[in-house]
Design a binder for this molecule. Structure first.
Ligand SMILES: *Cc1c(COP(=O)(O)O)cnc(C)c1O
Length: 465
């Protein structure tokens, strides 16, 4: 399979090049030349398959031509070493009488850093290692540089931890990252080096960009980025949409008294799920929802999507007006979605042949202020006992607001609420328990290299490695 650039001015790339380079020469985003549909048989039996098996079948459509079956299977199974359960958000009392709302949460926070980015980061690390020319060498033959303001660093560092042939340098701004975030990439050791930069996030990003442009450095070592626009981080996210559908199908078909799951009113669904499943994705850079749209192209029977935004409403406005107007990002309590110019918008436009009308047919939007997010978190907890995080709250509320009578909906719980403990406790008045995985990081010893924000210092450091 070859990959073209959304800007249309770069040569077609192999998978290897697309993964190692990340961005095309014309600064466009890579897209697979073809999207292979999965056979009907796959969807007929999907409810009986495991997460890993479903993911392998989907991965085969994208990567099967370029990665041998045994290696691809291993990459998929290693990546998905944790569960991604679909959980019913319990009964909503006194809403439309005593009806239960058919709303489910796809919990994507059971991985090492408790957020959905674990899936893409783990897959990319393993695929990069597969392509690494000196596979198995002790010293990293590929060096990944990543600048982080917090969450990307932890997902990437943990995704690449212990992966052969790769060394990761995480650059983060001193004193600007929360202690919970910091410990997730500074306590790992092995092939992960944390670099504490005396500056702000933009300084970290500038150091990384300068390193990619420095000829001497690139002649000495192979440098690459683990940016979220990389096809190897982005395409694997489609796996769990198929898995969500499989779980939904299983749940609904296993229950002869479907009223138990759906409420009597929802009985039309007994005939099948087709045409009735709505998927809601809390969105920032739009990589996650974009992989879901790829899934739909492959035949996944999801009838429509909702992109839930916080106060950064650029995509929402695009849907209403047909005009895309990037804005500076606004800081919100759902901060992983604080994006003012979502990079994967280019992919969505490309996928729909730049047709606003076609995009609106599949996707609707929603936008919520911090106050609305907080109210949703409090109300959902009181009514159902389900603890949302600020990002998932946007997804849940958008389903509550947009789900129609004969539809079943699931939203993505993109992070564990304990990752945002302070915010969540302040809003919900509780003391949310920190999962053991997260506690384990906090017990580790911080190891990091202090660095000035001058490129010459950073370069000298890399040259010595
Ligand atoms: C990254 C992130 C998002 C946004 O995902 P995109 O793919 O950028 O749209 C949402 N929630 C959490 C917790 C995230 O970390």
């Amino acid at each position: 399979m070859r990959y073209y650039s959304t800007n249309g001015k770069a040569p077609l790339a192999t998978l290897e090049k697309a993964v190692v380079k990340g961005l095309a020469e014309d600064k466009g985003l890579y897209m697979p030349e073809r999207i292979k549909p999965l056979p009907q048989e796959f969807f007929d039996n999907i409810q009986d398959m495991s997460l890993q098996e479903i993911a392998y079948q989907v991965a085969d459509c994208f990567f099967g031509e370029d990665v041998d079956a045994e290696s691809l299977r291993k990459i998929v199974y290693d990546t998905l070493s944790f569960d991604i359960p679909l959980v019913k958000v319990e009964k909503v009392k006194e809403l439309k009488g005593e009806k239960e709302l058919p709303i489910y949460s796809l919990e994507l926070f059971h991985g090492p850093t408790l957020a959905f980015k674990d899936v893409g980061a783990r897959f990319m690390a393993r695929l990069l290692s597969y392509f690494s020319p000196l596979r198995g060498s002790q010293k990293g033959s590929v060096n990944v540089l990543v600048a982080t303001s917090g969450d990307t660093g932890s997902a990437v560092a943990n995704g690449f931890l212990g992966v052969e042939g790769i060394h990761v340098y995480v650059l983060y701004p001193k004193g600007k990252v929360s202690p919970i975030q910091e410990c997730q990439f500074t306590t790992l050791g092995q092939n992960i080096t944390a670099i504490e930069v005396d500056g702000v996030f933009d300084d970290c990003q500038a150091l990384v960009k300068n390193a990619f442009m420095d000829e001497e450095l690139n002649a000495k070592m192979q440098l690459t980025s683990a940016n979220s626009i990389n096809v190897a981080r982005f395409l694997p996210q489609s796996f769990y949409y198929f898995w969500a559908y499989a779980q939904l199908k299983k749940t609904l078909s296993n229950s002869p008294l479907k009223g138990e799951n759906l409420g009597k009113e929802a009985s039309p669904l007994r005939g099948g799920l087709e045409g009735s499943v709505v998927c809601c994705v809390p969105s920032g850079n739009f990589g996650n929802i974009c992989s879901a749209l790829f899934g739909k192209r492959m035949g996944l029977p999801i009838s429509r999507f909702i992109a839930a935004n916080n106060a950064n409403d650029i995509f929402y406005n695009y849907l209403q007006t047909g005009h895309y107007e990037p804005k500076p990002s606004k800081q919100t309590i759902a901060n992983a979605m604080d994006v003012g110019d979502p990079s994967n918008f280019a992919r969505i436009l490309d996928l729909y042949g730049k047709s606003h009308e076609a995009i609106c047919q599949d996707i609707s939007g929603a936008t919520y202020t911090d106050q609305q997010i907080a109210e949703t978190m409090k109300r959902c907890l009181a009514e159902t006992g389900y603890q949302l995080d600020p990002h998932g709250a946007c997804g849940y509320q958008a389903l509550r607001d947009g789900l129609q009578e004969d539809e079943v909906g699931f939203f993505l719980e993109t992070a564990h609420p304990a990752k945002f403990k302070q915010t969540v406790d302040d809003i919900c008045g509780g003391d949310i328990a920190i999962p053991e995985r997260l506690q384990a990081f906090m017990k580790g010893t911080k190891q990091s290299v202090s660095m000035s924000k001058n490129f010459s210092d950073f370069k000298a450091f890399l040259m010595k490695q």
